[in-house]
Design a protein around this ligand. Structure first.
Ligand code: DGL
Length: 281
């Protein structure tokens, strides 16, 4: 048994899609979430900067005495996996499990990958798929505009701007005949209905946040590291800046109403603002 919290970080709010899955799978676990909302987006930054940010995010979570860290960010997972491997606690990203799930799901061997510029440029998903299934044809597509659309809450299935953007990004993959599509950025599951509409019902969408959360749950069970003292785990939420419509967007990501008090902490000590959130399922 291990009663310490699980640490989760992302560049912004997208990683809450992973938190949502963790809460579903592991309702007794405490979770500490760090959203680097002051420095989002990560997806168009340099490798050096991303390595530095990933180190800082992990250091912050380690200071919260977490038992495990999930990089709920396709970009950090893709560009800085060595940082995750170097930590004193087990840590994982969102790449491997999603790539493996796509290899299992594809029927025609044509797999699309959606991610940020940095994720696609890193070749992380392409490499992992190639290791598992060398004959697979991989079609990577950077979708940087999806991130601000999601962070703005423009995720309604009938949102014209988002639909047009999705069509522009997805048409080449559709034309190539992919039958499986990895949502390689933790913001993208929020756009799954629109992406599914554009791609058609025969294309399997792989949610990289979901596969990462499932892997974390499996590992905690395997290591006998679950928190067995609680009925309902707590969510502690830290951000490096507070966007205007923060709570409403956070509620969308978590799939339930979120209310909370916001405490601004000494930036020298914590480097951010703490939000104590109450999450109602
Ligand atoms: N959540 C980040 C990811 O999964 C994308 C957003 C960003 O560019 O910061 O890559």
């Amino acid at each position: 048994m291990d009663n310490r919290p699980i640490g989760v970080f992302d560049s912004g709010l997208g990683g809450l899609t992973v938190v949502r899955q963790l809460m579903r799978l592991l309702p007794s676990e405490d979770i500490v979430y760090f959203g680097d909302t002051g420095r989002v987006p990560y997806g168009n930054r340099s490798r050096e900067t991303l390595i530095k940010y990933t180190r800082q995010d992990c250091r912050f979570l380690l200071g919260q005495n977490v038992k495990r860290i999930i990089a709920a960010c396709g970009t950090a997972s893709s560009v800085a996996p060595h940082v995750l491997r170097s930590l004193p606690v087990k840590a994982g990203g969102v790449v491997e499990q999603a790539a493996d799930a796509a290899v299992r799901a594809t029927r025609n061997g044509k797999i699309g990958v959606l991610g940020t510029q940095a994720t696609i440029h890193s070749g992380s998903f392409q490499r992992r798929i190639g290791e598992q299934r060398p004959d697979a044809a991989v079609y990577p597509q950077a979708c940087p505009l999806f991130v601000p659309l999601v962070e703005s809450g423009w995720i309604g299935r009938d949102d014209e701007i988002t639909i047009l953007t999705a069509r522009r990004y997805l048409e080449p993959l559709k034309a190539a005949g992919v039958d499986t599509l990895i949502l390689g950025c933790t913001h993208f599951p929020l756009l799954a209905p629109i992406i599914g509409d554009v791609m058609g019902e025969n294309v399997v969408l792989i949610d990289s946040g979901k596969t990462a959360a499932e892997d974390c749950a499996r590992q905690l069970r395997q290591d006998d590291a679950l928190n067995r003292t609680k009925k309902a785990g707590e969510l502690h939420f830290y951000v490096s800046d507070r966007p205007e419509n923060f709570l409403s967007v956070a509620s969308i990501f978590l799939g339930g109403e979120v209310t909370g008090d916001i405490h601004t902490l000494d930036i020298e000590q914590v480097d951010g603002a703490e939000i104590d959130m109450v999450y109602k399922r």
